[in-house]
Design a protein around this ligand. Structure first.
Ligand code: F1P
Length: 289
């Protein structure tokens, strides 16, 4: 299922852009102070959206995993992301929140939605796989459109198509470790990429804000390992990486489409190791406490 869901992303991204164009209620207006909340993959998408919104000057935006939300801090709006709408920490957070809230989910009318003021349902991006791919990217694309306008993202479905046919070198599939890096909004993508590899292919990964790489993580760099950068590579970093013999993976693709390429690598690595990418051990579709 994961491979099919990965390949469907150009279509679900088109649907998200169309949904955005149709007008959505509940998303933050400019100047509002916003908290964005999710667990697991959804937390990393929250981080990316928060950075995008602040970078666009639309207001202070803080991302939290649900249990770390600072109770009592005043926010104008709570944006929650949960594919299932059944994650316990999200249900509890929404039930206890006084600020206007919106839930972005794949399943209408779930228990989290019962306490949200607005619900945005991306049912066309729901997934059978435990591992999230298209729901996460589609939700982030929708939120990104709400920040920069859908017109600026018109070419993204084509970028996802390019990612689906992009070369996937065997050396990447055989790499013995990968560290993912990002800057600004792509830091959330780096964390998500690292989680994806761990979930679907039981593979050792790490992730950092790009310039943090120089402050310790570079110690493990060596031939046979990859350093994968989402978005622009900061000046000087590429030279530092190549000096260690590690392979730098950077791309001209839009960073969100670059994540689609990583999804393919996660599936390829799972297959190469005889694992079922759809069903990571010790994990369920929704974590209910
Ligand atoms: C969050 C989550 C996912 C994880 C797995 C289990 O779910 O922790 O991040 O990959 O699918 O659930 P949700 O709140 O977005 O449904």
């Amino acid at each position: 299922r994961t491979a099919i869901e990965v390949a469907s992303q150009p279509g679900t991204w088109r649907e998200a852009l169309a949904l955005h164009a149709s007008g959505l209620r509940g998303l933050p207006g400019a100047g509002e102070r916003v908290a964005v909340i999710g667990c697991g993959t959804s937390w990393f998408m929250a981080q990316s959206y928060a950075a995008l919104r602040e970078q666009a000057g639309q207001g202070e935006t803080d991302a939290f995993t649900a249990t770390e939300f600072p109770a009592g801090r005043p926010y104008d709006r709570i944006v929650t992301i949960s594919r299932s709408g059944t994650t316990t920490e999200i249900i509890d957070l929404l039930a206890g929140s006084a600020a206007p809230s919106v839930l972005i989910t794949a399943v209408a009318g779930g228990p989290a939605a019962a306490s949200a003021d607005h619900e945005i349902v991306l049912d066309f991006a729901d997934e059978e796989s435990v591992v999230q791919t298209r729901f996460a990217t589609t939700a982030l694309l929708l939120l990104r459109a709400s920040v920069v306008g859908a017109g600026a993202l018109d070419t993204l479905p084509e970028a996802a198509e390019a990612a689906l046919t992009h070369d996937l070198p065997q050396a990447w599939v055989d790499a013995d470790q990968i560290t993912f890096l990002g800057t600004g909004w792509t830091i959330g993508l780096a964390h998500e990429a690292a989680l994806k590899m761990r979930e679907s292919s039981q593979f050792w990964t790490e992730s950092y804000p790009a310039m943090e790489y120089r402050h310790g993580p570079i110690s493990i760099a060596q031939p046979g390992r990859l350093v994968w950068v989402f978005g622009p590579t900061p000046a000087g970093l590429a030279d530092d990486v190549t000096a260690t013999g590690a392979t730098l993976v950077a791309s001209d693709l839009d960073p969100l489409a670059h994540l689609v390429l990583l999804h393919r690598l996660a599936v390829a690595r799972a297959e190469a190791r005889g694992l079922d990418a759809d069903t990571p051990r010790n994990l369920t579709r929704s974590v209910i406490l």
